[in-house]
Design a protein around this ligand. Structure first.
Ligand code: UT7
Length: 315
C-alpha cells in the first residue's frame, strides 16, 4: 500500500470579524437565534484580503510548518468555488506567487464544501505518478462575495478563509482510503455561474441539507472504517466539515465520541466551505492535539451534492 500523510498545515483568515450582532443590523435575526441554531458567533470577511492572498498565506504557513521548500512540491490543488478568476486558476496564481516548479500540475477543483477531501484524494493519485513526493493542497473560499444579503437563512452562515496542507507520499505508507460520493442536483444548494450572465449568489434549502448532512456523515464514517478495518476507537481525532454545530453534536452523540477527540471552530469562522476542514487540521496541529502518528477521520459534505471521508495520518 502507498499513500500520503500530512506533514504541515497552515491557515489564513481575513482580519475583519463580523459578529452575529453586526448581521442583526442587516437582516432580521438575533445573536440568540444564530448561536442556538448553528453554533456560530463570528465569521471573518475579506476587506483588503483577496482569495489569492488567503491562499498564499495559508500555503506559506503550511510549507514552513512542513519544512519543505516550494521547489520540492510535485503538484498543487486548490479546492474552491470562489476563485477570483476562472483563468488563471487560484492554483496557477499560487504557482507563480510561491515559485513552485513549472513542470508540475496546478489546478483548481470544485466539490464545494467537500472540495478539500476530493483534493486530498486527487493529490494522493497525482503523487503516486510524480517523481516529487510532496504536494500542496489548499482549501480556500470567500463566500462573503457570493452571499445573498437579503436571505437571513443563509447570510448568517458563511465566512471567508483558507487552510492548507503539505502532504508527503511514500511507498509503504497506508492510503488515506478516501470514500467520495456525488449526487448531481441543484435543488438543495446552488451557486449559479456564467450562464446567468451575472455573478450568482448562494441559495440553499437549509433544513433539507441538514437532513442530508446528518445521514451523509455517518455513512462516510462507516464506509471509511469498514474500508480500513478500523473501529471508531482506533481513530485519534474526528474532523468534521464545520457547517452547523448541531450536525457535529448529533454525530458525536451517535458514535459516543468523547470531547477530547473532536473539535469545533465554527463559532469563530462560520461555514468556510472548502477551507473548513483544513482550518480545523491547522488549528489541531498548532494546539498539538495531533502530532506525528495521529490518525484523523476526516468527513465532509456539501453542494453538488458531494460527500466524502478519509483516514488521514500526520507524518
Ligand atoms: O456547507 C454546506 C452544507 N450546509 C449545511 O449543512 C447547512 C445545513 N442547514 C442548517 O444548518 C440549518 O438548516 C440552518 C441553520 C440553515 C437553518 O436552521 P433550521 O433550524 O433548519 O431553520 P429553518 O430554516 O427551518 O427556519 C426556522 C425558522 C423559520 O421561521 P418560521 O417559518 O418557523 O416562522 C425561518 O424563517 O427560523 C427562521 N429563520 C431565522 N430566524 C432568525 C431562518 N433564518 C433565520 C435567522 N434568524 N437568521
Amino acid at each position: 500500500m502507498n499513500g500520503i500523510k500530512i506533514k504541515g498545515t497552515g491557515r489564513c483568515v481575513p482580519a475583519k470579524i463580523v459578529t452575529n450582532g453586526d448581521l442583526a443590523k442587516v437582516v432580521e435575526t438575533s445573536d440568540e437565534w444564530i448561536t442556538s441554531r448553528t453554533g456560530i458567533r463570528h465569521r471573518h470577511h475579506c476587506t483588503e484580503e483577496t482569495h489569492e492572498s488567503l491562499c498564499l498565506g495559508a500555503a506559506k504557513a503550511a510549507l514552513e510548518k512542513a519544512g519543505i521548500a516550494p521547489e520540492d512540491i510535485g503538484a498543487c490543488v486548490v479546492a474552491t468555488v470562489t476563485a477570483q478568476s476562472i483563468v488563471p486558476s487560484a492554483a496557477c496564481l499560487l504557482q507563480r506567487d510561491l515559485g513552485l516548479p513549472h513542470d508540475i500540475p496546478c489546478f483548481d477543483l470544485n466539490a464545494a464544501c467537500t472540495g478539500f477531501l476530493f483534493a486530498l484524494h486527487t493529490m494522493e493519485c497525482l503523487l503516486a505518478a510524480s517523481p516529487r513526493k510532496y504536494g500542496l493542497v489548499v482549501g480556500c473560499d470567500t463566500l462573503s462575495r457570493v452571499t445573498n444579503w437579503e436571505d437571513r437563512g443563509t447570510c448568517i452562515l458563511f465566512g471567508d478563509g483558507a487552510g492548507a496542507c503539505v502532504v508527503e507520499y511514500r511507498e509503504g505508507w497506508p492510503s488515506i482510503s478516501a470514500e467520495l460520493g456525488t449526487h448531481g442536483s441543484s435543488e438543495l444548494l446552488s451557486l449559479p455561474g456564467l450562464e446567468t450572465g451575472k455573478r450568482g449568489v448562494i441559495a440553499m434549502e437549509g433544513t433539507k441539507v441538514f437532513k442530508f448532512a446528518v445521514e451523509a456523515v455517518p455513512y462516510c464514517m462507516d464506509r471509511v472504517l469498514e474500508k480500513t478495518g478500523m473501529t471508531a476507537a482506533d481513530v485519534d481525532f474526528f474532523v468534521f466539515h464545520q457547517a452547523n454545530a448541531r450536525i457535529i453534536d448529533l454525530v458525536v452523540r451517535k458514535y459516543r465520541i468523547p470531547p477530547e477527540k473532536y473539535y469545533k471552530n465554527i463559532a469563530e469562522y462560520g461555514n468556510t466551505s472548502a477551507a473548513s476542514i483544513p482550518l480545523v487540521l491547522s488549528e489541531l496541529q498548532d494546539l498539538e492535539k495531533v502530532g506525528p502518528g495521529s490518525r484523523a477521520l476526516v468527513v465532509g459534505f456539501g453542494g453538488g451534492l458531494t460527500w466524502g471521508g478519509a483516514l488521514v495520518e500526520f507524518a
